[in-house]
Design a protein around this ligand. Sequence first.
Ligand code: SF4
Length: 698
Amino acid sequence: VGDSADFDKEVESICPFCGVGCQVSLKVKDNKVKYVEGINGPANEGRLCVKGRFGFDYIHHDHRVTKPLIRREDAPAKGLNVDPANWQSHFREASWDEALDFAAAGMKGRGREIAGFGSAKCTNEEAYLFQKLIRQGFGHNNVDHCTRLCHASSVAALMENVGSGAVTATFNEIENADVAIAIGCNPIENHPVAATFFKQFTKRGGKLIVMDPRGQALKRFSSHMLQFRPGADVSMLNAIMHTIVEEKLYDQQYIEAYTENWEAEKAHLADFSPEAMAGICGIDAETLRDVARTFAGAKAAMIFWGMGISQHIHGTDNSRCLISLALMTGQVGRPGAGLHPLRGQNNVQGASDAGLIPMFLPDYQPVTDDGVRSAFTKVWGSADFSNERGLTVTEIMDAVHDDKIKGMYILGENPAMSDPDVEHARKALAKLDHLVVQDIFITETANYADVILPASAFAEKAGTVTNTNRQVQMGRPAVSPPGDARPDWWIEVELAKRLGLDWNYDSPADVFAEMKQNMRSLENITWDRLENENAVTYPSLSPEDPGQAIVFGDGFPRPDGRARFTPASVIPPDDVPDAEYPMILTTGRQLEHWHTGSMTRRSHVLDGLEPEANCSLHPSTLRKLGVAPGEHVTLTTKRGSISIMAREDRAVSPDMVFLPFAFVEAAANILTNPAVDPFGKIPEFKFSAVRVEATKNQ
Ligand code: SF4
C-alpha cells in the first residue's frame, strides 16, 4: 500500500475474481495499476482478500494478446502446443478488419453448425450481447457459459421450488441470524470476504453448522462440524428433516400459508431416520438430531452452499433438500433468514440473469414461450428464432464429436481446462473447422483457435456486474488496453455487424438501456444511478430504493405465490470406488488461485504464494503409500492419469484426494467424470473413483 504520491488517479471498480463482488479503488500511475484498496461496497465494507488486493498485475503481463492473431497456414497441427510467450510459429498478426472479417466469414450463414460460450468474467452488457448474437445471428439457443459447471443445479432447484434462481437474502444478512448452515462450501478459501462476516457472526454467539466431507478452516468457528461421507448429502439432509418432522419442530403456520406439497415431503422423509442414515452418511444419529433441533429452534437461520452441493449428479436433489429444510422451518423472507448459494465467478449471477444460458432468455424467461421470444425479437427488430432449448456446455462438446457443431465462438472461457474429462473437450476443439477465441491471453483453449481477438481486462473497460447478493455494480476503466486490444462489447458489436446484424451501440450504457426493456429485475436501476451509487440491489422498488436485501417475505413468484417441497431420493455417485480405483477424488479451488489459472498464475504475488500443482492426502494415506510430503503421487481414474506433488492434510479423510484445478501441468480435469445431473446438466466434479500410487523415478 502506498500514499497519494504513488499514483496519479484513483478509479472505483469491482474485484474481478469471486462472486462476493468487493468494491475496489484502483491506484493508477503511468497507465499501470500500482496497487488496490478495498472501499465501502455493500458486500465488502472495505475488506479485500489476497486475490483482490494483490492479484491485479496479470493485466500488465507480457503474455497479453495485443494484436488480433490468425492461425498461420503452415502452423503445426492443432493441439495444446502454443507457448504464450512465443506463438509466432502458430499465429500471425492481423489488422482488426482482417481478423473480424475472417472470424465472421467462418461463421456466417452456418446456423446450427455454430455454438457459443460466453463468459461470467465479462460484464452484464457483454453477456447480453453474446447471447443475442447467437440467437439473432444463428437462430438457435446453443449458447452457454460456466454456470453449467458451477451452480446450474442450484438454479434448477431454486427455479423449480422457489420460482427464482437468485439468493433470497444477501450473505451480509447473517448478522441478523442466530443459526447458519454452511454446506459444501469453503468460504475462507473461496469467498474469503464473505467468510469474515461468518466469523464475526460466530464471535457474536451465532451457531455455525459446517457440513463438508473435507474438514476446513471454518471448522474452528463452528458449533457443529459434520464431516460426512462424500456423496451422502441427501441421506444426511433427509435425516435432519426426518427429525424435524418426527419431533414436530416444523413451522405449520408458514407451511400452510406459503408452501405446497408438504404432505408428500413428510411421507417421503419417513424412511430417513437418523438411526438408519447414520451409517450411510458417517454422522451419528444424535448429532443429526442435535443439528435438526438447533436449526429448527433458531429465531432466524440462513443456509449457504457451494459447489460441494451442486457438482454432483444429484446436485439438484441436494439443493431441493436445502430448500425444503428452509421452507419447513419458515426460514425464508425475514431478516437473518434465507437461502444463499454462494456464486462463484465475479459475474456468474449477472451473466445468467442476462440470458447466457440455453434454456432462458434474460431474466430466466423461457425460450420455449412464444410470447417471450416475440417480446425480444420486437426489441431486437429481428425474425423469430428457435423455440427449442439449446445445448449445454458439455452437450456442445459432444455435438462437435458427432459432427453436428463445426464452429464455435468462445469469449473468455477455457473449456480446454475447465470441462470434465478434458481430453474429450480438447479433441473437440481440435476438430472444429472454425474456432474464434476472444481473450486477454493465449489460454489453453486459444491454443486451438483459428483466430484470436485481443480483449480487455476488467480494469480496461466500463460495464456492470452482478454479485452473489444480487447487487448490480459499476465497473470502470482505469487504464487503457495494451496495444490493439479492445473492450469485449466493442468486439462483439463489430463481429455482429459482419454477420449481417444491424447493431448500433456506442457504449455499454446503450446496451444496458436495451436490456432494461425486457428485464423486470432492472426496474428502477439506471446507468446514471449506478454511476452515482456504485451498486443497487435488485429488486429495487423505486428510484430511491437501494434495493431489497431480502425477498419473498410475502409469497413466492410461483403459482398461487407458494413455494414447493420436492422430495429428494438418494441417487448414488456415478463413478463409485472399486478394487482398481479404491479412493475418492474431489476437485476444487485454493485461496490463491482462480479457476483455470490464466489470471492468478500470471500474478506474481499469488503465483509466488502457490506456484506448484499439488494435491492433498491424509497423513495415514501418505504413510501407506510410502510417500513423503512434497514427493509426487500418480492419480489415475478411468479417464486418465497425472503425476502431482502431494501435501499432507488432516482435513482430507484417508479415502479421499483433494485436487485443485488451476494447474495445466497436472490438469485435474484429465481425471474427472463427465456424468451430469439430469436437471442442471452439471458434471460430477466432486466425486470420481481414483487410484493413488507413489510416482516412480521421482
Ligand atoms: Fe475479490 Fe472475492 Fe476476494 Fe472480494 S472475496 S477481494 S471479490 S476474490
